[in-house]
Design a protein around this ligand. Sequence first.
Ligand code: AQP
Length: 338
Amino acid sequence: MKRIVSGIQPTSGLTLGNYLGSIKQFVQMQDNYEMFIFVADLHAITTGLISPEELRQNTLNLVRSYLAFGLDPNKVNLFIQSTMKEHAELGYLLMCQTTLGELNRMTQFKDKSAKFQKEANGTQKLPTGLLIYPTLMAADILLYSPDYVPVGIDQKQHIELTRNIAERINNKFKTELFKIPDIIIKKEGAKIMDLCDPKVKMSKSATTHKGVIFLNDPIDVSCKKILSAKTDSLNKINYDVDQQPEIANLINIYSCLSDMTIDDICNKYANLGYKEFKQDLANLLQDFLSSYQEKFKTYNDDYVRDVIEKSYTKVKEIAKAKLDEVLEKLGFVNYEKC
Ligand code: AQP
């Protein structure tokens, strides 16, 4: 079986974008791939904004969400990133093989940095974690030698950097130390946009939550967000990302939730207006969220712990073996062997 690695950071509750851009794919792939899916809790502290209590709760809740969406712990290796110390250690080693210029060029770094307030003297107190996020992400991936990494389109640049770092180290140390992973981005759901601003992606850390569907919010709140989503004045259900980006985003969400094609949706609503379309989409969302939230409630802390324990030993063995191999190639003395 080909191997897959991916994760999500527990910065806050999950959004519909997180589900459609990543978890939906994980569930579809679990029968045909060897999967390593984790909660990226070390990434969640890179902005320095999360409290310990939130981190703990969001981490456990993200495991519940994975399960509620249908990830089967008998098929998928589910784990919490920080329980594998190898991620942080390999992250450090990779950071030392990366240039400041490369990290400064990352779009996510620029976007997230821009959200930090400027001081009176014009400077910004930016957390270093934001800058080195991609090298930790490279470690998350390269530790497990995956064939593919399924992500939303916003993470494409980070995967490309991961590939560059891996190739650079392989060349520099004349080895095949790292397998070069390929990225998988599913066209549908690859980038769900904010319901109030189609220029920005729907994101957990959006400054305003009006255009973000949080999967664990009360369902009526989420349905209202669909009904009041920004649309143009044409009142025509047409998929045109440039001219009608707001309705195109809603059609995309409709397509992902119903598994209808975009053409079929446009045909179905050819003679109807935005009001009817939004109401139907809100109903679809309601069904989807009710089924998810029902399941989410059924996993208590003990069950979550059992799930995490289940794959711990296997994941640990793989991570440790790869880290040991890297340390040796880079010239670190292995106390047990010398
Ligand atoms: N709007 C989106 N559309 C499609 N896919 C998305 N993803 C995130 N937002 C969308 C995908 O979800 C996975 C997990 O993302 P993450 O939590 O690790 O980090 P992120 O990409 O930075 O996601 P957020 O929601 O924007 O989180 P915050 O606000 O905490 O940074 C990834 O595969 C991502 O592509």
